[in-house]
Write a new protein. Structure first.
Lengths: 146, 417
């Protein structure tokens, strides 16, 4: 059944036990994003040192897809160069906008490939992207800070 | 009270026979957002384009005459439907536009003796129950004019709270803009005390009837309000046509928001004077085919009977409210009784976000709305980000209510809550 392909166990796990979902005091940039069409929200804090994302924490409200995706994102984008994190965002965006036709690169996207099924539900793509859009915004704002 | 013969009615709505995800039969419960259309409405639009299409009120030829007759005939049907005069019916593109037309009728640049003059000394009263369509135009008017925006709150069961009505609606109040029936809680507004108070202080009253006119008998003479708006597409009519009804003595004095072709009495290079209502408010070639479609839609509803439709929905609502209360974890927003309540039922399910509820229901072919329903102030007051909403109409059946209730139980199973 297609529901299982949308809501993979990994997604439900992250929804029930989200990672890094406690805002940390240490951060160089904080952004707040929302989906005005549904009311989902995220506050994301990133700490960037020497062009490395050293810490990433978030808080938010929303559906399982938006919360799990933010949780997975917060794990993937932590401890890597800003440039690499932005590349991840591009790959994830491509996957989401691929209408189910784009093959996910598991090596690069790791747990985020669990969201492949979301691409077949156009109305839910924005849910999966909420955290990643916040990440992109935060990193671009943090860009240049050493 | 009896149910309608839905077997017969459903034949008029071919879309209800289609299958959706996983080959499931469509169970359409998103009627508060928009309704499905019967064939007679599609035929009326098609017939207009096929046989009578021309610019109404313009042209010296037969088709123009026929188009004018069809358009004005639709206006007469729309007027009859709410016991109004044709000259008091303005066609707009939506109820949203209708409300904007009235909000732009007010201005602080008018003479202080003009009934539509509004200034910093005045206030505008809305309620926390309003859809953004009946809130933002008034916020904007308050900003433009300097008037104060005030509001009535809500009670525990998401009805308009009138306990402080005498202080909120006062002698500085220019207009009271309220919903007739909430698109979130389904609450039907008890208008009498609000109308009485507005009349005492000489304020105008605009009624957002989007959720009431399609679902129950409405007679503007009995309501004693000044303006009433609704949209065609929620009343089995086409998209792209809304209605604004206004008292003729007020329409006569109100300035138009949109100016242009065919709304003038005379025009020179420097200035113009306006035609009488409704033409004054209908600049440009009107949405004739949509108006004709709406006429057919209202005739269709009238033939079935608005009181019968209302009773049918009451029975479905009662069944759904009862069934939902039997499911643990479900919290219904607003009244749990079908009395004084429309068919829009918003609810939350503990442990599952409304989007996820809607997604699983969709997998069973059940179409509901999830989100904030364009009523953020209400959601903020209820301390909610979103709800799931099911809403019924004349073609829905008790069996569909049961499929919906089973669907909610499946949601719980799927998310293990």
């Amino acid at each position: 059944m297609s529901l299982e392909s949308l809501y993979q166990e990994i997604i439900l796990d992250h929804y029930k036990r989200p990672k890094n979902k406690v805002l940390q005091d240490k951060y160089s940039v904080e952004v707040h994003h929302n989906n005005p069409s549904c009311g989902d929200e995220i506050t994301l804090r990133v700490q960037v040192e020497n062009q490395i994302v050293t810490q990433l924490s978030w808080d938010g409200v929303g559906c399982s897809i938006s919360q799990a995706s933010s949780s997975v994102m917060s794990e993937l984008a932590q401890g890597i160069p800003v440039e690499k994190a932005l590349e991840l965002e591009v790959s994830f965006l491509e996957l989401m906008q691929g209408k189910g036709q784009v093959e996910a690169d598991e090596e690069e996207l790791e747990d985020a490939v669990a969201f492949s099924g979301v691409a077949r539900y156009p109305a839910r793509v924005k849910c999966a992207l909420l955290g990643w859009m916040a990440l992109k915004d935060a990193l671009l704002r943090a860009g240049g800070s050493k | 009270m009896a149910l309608l013969d839905t077997n017969l009615i459903r034949q008029d709505f071919p879309i209800l026979g289609r299958t959706v995800r996983n080959g499931k039969k469509l169970v359409y419960l998103d009627n508060a957002a928009t309704s499905q259309k019967p064939i007679v409405v599609l035929d009326a639009e098609r017939n207009f384009y096929l046989n009578h299409n021309a610019a109404a009120h313009r042209g010296a030829h037969l088709l123009a005459e026929e188009a004018t007759d069809a358009f004005e005939g639709a206006r007469a049907i729309v007027a009859d439907f709410i016991s109004a005069q044709s000259s008091e019916i303005i066609f707009t593109k939506s109820a949203t536009e209708s409300i904007n037309v009235v909000s732009y009728g007010f201005s602080n640049h008018l003479s202080k003796h003009d009934p539509f003059y509004i200034g910093a000394e005045h206030n505008i009263v809305v309620t926390q129950l309003e859809h953004h369509a009946n809130l933002l135009p008034w916020q904007q008017l308050a900003k433009r004019s300097g008037a104060k925006l005030s509001w009535l709150g809500i009670t525990a069961d998401a009805q308009i709270d009138i306990s402080n009505i005498d202080s909120v609606i006062n002698d500085k109040t220019k207009i009271v803009a309220i919903t007739h029936q909430s698109n979130v809680s389904g609450a039907i507004t008890q208008l009498e005390p609000i109308v009485k108070r507005a009349r005492e202080v000489g304020a105008m009253i605009l009624l957002d009837a989007c959720q009431s006119v399609p679902h129950m008998p409405v007679d503007v003479n009995k309501l004693n309000v000044d303006f009433l708006t609704y949209s065609g597409h929620k009343a089995v009519g086409p998209t792209g046509v809304g209605v604004l009804w206004g008292r003729s003595e007020l329409l006569e004095k109100m300035e138009p928001m949109i100016t242009g072709g065919s709304m003038i009495d005379s025009a020179t290079i420097e200035s113009a004077t306006w035609a009488k209502a409704p033409k004054k408010f209908e600049a440009g070639v009107p949405n004739m085919a949509q108006a004709v479609g709406l006429g057919a839609a209202l005739n269709y509803l009238t033939k079935i009977g608005m009181e019968k439709i209302h009773q049918h929905e009451e029975l479905l609502t009662e069944r759904a409210l009862k069934g939902l209360q039997d499911i643990s974890g479900v919290e219904i927003i607003g009244s749990k009784s079908s009395l004084n309540r429309g068919s829009a039922i918003s609810f939350t399910l503990e442990g599952v976000h409304p989007h996820d509820v809607g997604q699983v229901l969709d997998d069973y072919g059940i179409a509901v709305r999830t989100g904030h329903h364009c009523a953020w102030p209400l959601m903020q007051e209820l301390k909610l980000n979103a709800t799931t909403r099911a809403s019924f109409y004349l073609y829905n059946t008790p069996e569909e209510v049961d499929i919906f209730l089973d669907g909610v139980r499946e949601v719980k199973k799927f998310f293990k809550v």
